[in-house]
Design a protein around this ligand. Structure first.
Ligand code: ATP
Length: 287
């Protein structure tokens, strides 16, 4: 079964407090966008195999898609082995949740291949997603969602009218862990009080741009080219610019691509995963 696994952007990202488990409590408005990886899942006689067409992506147990397959295998008597292949199109370590999208596609895809009576419920799938990574629950839900806690509490919102975004990925990567550590150094209060920082829509921008000023320059360029807003997604370094009309977005893309080759025109999507090949268990008897 082949699936599209959509990237996300953070329309807003507020870091509320540091938790006892070392993660942060967040409040983020996330939106699925049309840039996607292609994930193929199939049953095998035994074991888990994860392959990817991009050699920079870890394969085997270090791939988050492997963890997803392992979790589902542990929950279902129907599956004894799994093969996953990822066609990587979402830039890595870019604040676009590419890995989480792949993991969500594996959970959703494998569950769809199981006979309907043995499938996990959507709620159980979301619980499993939450155990695998912070953004997996969102990627399973998709569309536009308010995401809270460490990412496990996901509430879908009314979709926006179709909106276009220019994504610009500069030539460096930002580790999510590092970005939160920088945030903590800058803003963590001594007491347990909620964090006081409230500048901008993405609280991680200030600490990340401090180390990578290029991100601030891309924001300015996108605004100068006509985007109505420009902001860093997640822990960066990808910046998105908001555009209402596709024709305007195409002009901006052409200009920004001259300087940043890894720029993309994407649009709002109302789901996180899309099955491209028919789902066998959804066919009626005798089909
Ligand atoms: P987020 O926005 O959720 O913080 P991100 O877009 O910044 O995520 P990812 O692309 O998901 O980051 O990957 C972060 C790291 O995870 C990579 O550097 C890579 O080593 C590792 N990784 C494991 N599995 C995958 C996968 N399937 N795709 C991409 N990276 C993966």
């Amino acid at each position: 079964m082949k699936l599209k696994a959509f990237a996300k952007i953070n329309l807003s990202l507020r870091v509320l407090s540091l938790r006892d488990d070392g993660f942060h409590n967040l409040e983020s408005l996330m939106q699925s966008v049309s840039l996607c990886d292609y994930v193929t899942v199939e049953f095998a006689a035994s074991g888990i195999e994860v392959t990817c067409d991009d050699p920079r992506v870890p394969v085997g147990p270090k791939n988050i898609a492997y963890k997803a397959a392992e979790k589902l295998l542990g929950m279902s008597d129907e599956v004894s082995g799994v093969r996953v292949h990822i066609e990587k199109r979402i830039p890595m370590a870019a604040g676009l949740a590419g890995g989480s999208a792949d993991a969500a596609a594996v959970l959703f895809g494998l569950n769809s291949l199981i006979p309907r009576t043995s499938q996990l419920t959507p709620k159980k799938l979301l619980d499993l997603g939450g155990q695998i990574g912070s953004d997996v629950s969102f990627c399973l839900t998709g569309g536009i969602c308010l995401v809270e806690g460490r990412g496990e509490k996901v509430t879908q919102q009314e979709p926006w009218p179709k909106t276009y975004f220019i994504l610009v990925k500069p030539d460096f990567e930002v580790s999510t862990k590092w970005a939160y550590e920088e945030f903590d150094k800058m803003f963590l209060p001594k007491a347990d009080a909620p964090l006081a920082h409230n500048e901008g829509k993405n609280y991680l921008e200030l600490p990340v741009i401090g180390k990578f000023p290029e991100i601030g320059r891309i924001k300015e360029k996108l605004l100068a080219l006509g985007c109505s807003e420009a902001q860093m997604s997640g822990s960066g370094p990808t910046v998105f610019g908001v555009v209402n009309k596709r024709a305007d977005a195409e002009v901006i893309l052409e200009k920004i691509k001259k300087e940043y080759t890894r720029s993309y025109l994407v649009e709002t999507i109302e789901k996180g995963i899309e099955a491209l090949t028919p789902n066998p268990s959804s066919r009626g008897r005798g089909a």
